[in-house]
Design a protein around this ligand. Structure first.
Ligand code: SF4
Length: 360
């Protein structure tokens, strides 16, 4: 990994930054729809390389952040079940639900393990066949196919103590809802690279067609993000909004059909609860009938009352791009990475955590 200064002094970064300064002669506001982009923009200090005419704002692209409190409460309810192991990606452990976190449940004796892939969770289940292992399925189209493939593998290996709490979400329809809300004036989107590896770029074509906004599928290195920004600037200058792929080493127009097929074999579209956007039909993934035996909600009859938001937390508005994190009254005072009030301050991909890092 190159050092930040090495990158920022590099000739390609310099040339791209200079060209953006030359071309962005009028105010432009672009939304990045991917938590990894939010993280990279803060990590590499890319805002400081852009002219004042360009504003980058974060959208609903951090999967942990958009997980509603009711769903976090379901995960916590699962952790409180006796003799059960919860396996999850690390960010979920510290995210506050309505009344607790998985870290607090672990401190009270629950078995909550951090894993790096769903297959790790399956291995856990395979190594202790009498103990149920519930994997928390949080993520977008990037994660869902690997979870679906793990479920196929579980059946192949005959492992029947592996379950998934499917809190997955899918991106394109949520963007349509965001655009229909019309709360934020935008000039284009930096589209998620990882999600688009699976989806392809074709599902975004409704955005230039119906809303007149450009989309560039971007990679994650500083040069990728700057080059994608420049492509959006050019589209805006020429008034020719379209879907372009900057991240050509990973993304095609058609995407990964095999991954989508596996996802569709195991999961069906369903309503999902998004922090900041509410309940959106067709943006979640539930188990199809043939695979229902892996569904943690039905296997353990998990139910919780509607979630409660932390008083004063404005994560919903941050995720819709209508509020910059420092404008939240709790930012940096009672809410900071050591004592996060909302998920956007917990996840490394969260907008508030990124803004905190940038401010320092
Ligand atoms: Fe929520 Fe903290 Fe961000 Fe405010 S600063 S929106 S309380 S996470």
């Amino acid at each position: 990994m190159k050092h930040l200064d090495e990158y920022r002094a590099g000739p390609r970064v310099k040339a791209l930054a200079e060209e953006i300064h030359r071309q962005a002669t009028f105010p432009l506001r672009f939304m990045e729809v991917c938590g990894t982009h939010t993280h990279a923009i803060a990590k590499w200090g890319l805002r400081q390389l852009l002219p004042e005419t360009i504003e980058l704002i974060s959208g609903p692209g951090c999967p942990v952040c958009v997980t509603a409190n009711t769903d976090l409460d379901l995960a916590i309810a699962a952790a409180r079940l006796p003799e059960v192991t919860i396996a999850t990606f690390g960010d979920m452990v510290r995210v506050p639900g309505s009344h607790s976190t998985l870290a607090q449940e672990r401190a009270r004796g629950s078995d909550v393990r951090v894993v790096y892939s769903p297959l790790d969770a399956l291995d856990l289940a395979g190594s202790a066949p009498r103990r149920p292992v519930i994997f928390l399925g949080v993520g977008f189209e990037t994660t869902a196919p690997t979870v679906a493939a793990t479920v196929l593998e579980a059946r192949k290996r005959g492992i029947d103590n592996f379950f998934v709490l499917s809190l997955h979400k899918t991106v394109p329809l949520a963007l349509e809802v965001l655009l229909e809300l019309g709360e934020v004036r935008l000039d284009g989107f930096l589209m998620p690279g990882h999600v688009s590896v699976v989806l392809g770029s074709a599902p975004y074509e409704f955005i230039p067609a119906r809303y007149g906004l450009g989309c560039v599928v971007a990679g994650f290195e500083p040069v990728d993000i700057l080059q994608s920004t420049l492509m959006l600037v050019r589209q805006a200058r020429e008034k020719k909004p379209q879907v372009e792929i900057q991240y050509r080493r990973g993304v095609t127009k058609a995407g990964n059909e095999a991954a989508r097929r596996i996802m569709a074999e195991v999961f069906a579209p369903a309503e999902a609860d998004w922090r900041g956007l509410g309940r959106l039909p067709g943006t979640g993934l539930v188990f199809r009938t043939d695979w229902k035996c892996f569904d943690a909600v039905s296997a353990f009859n998990l139910t919780v009352p509607p979630g409660r938001e932390a008083p004063g937390c404005r994560c919903g508005e941050v995720l819709r791009g209508v509020l910059r994190p420092p404008a939240c009254p709790l930012f940096g005072s009672v809410c900071h990475p050591e004592a996060p009030v909302g998920p956007c301050m917990v996840s490394s991909e969260g907008s508030c955590a990124a803004a905190w890092r940038e401010a320092r």
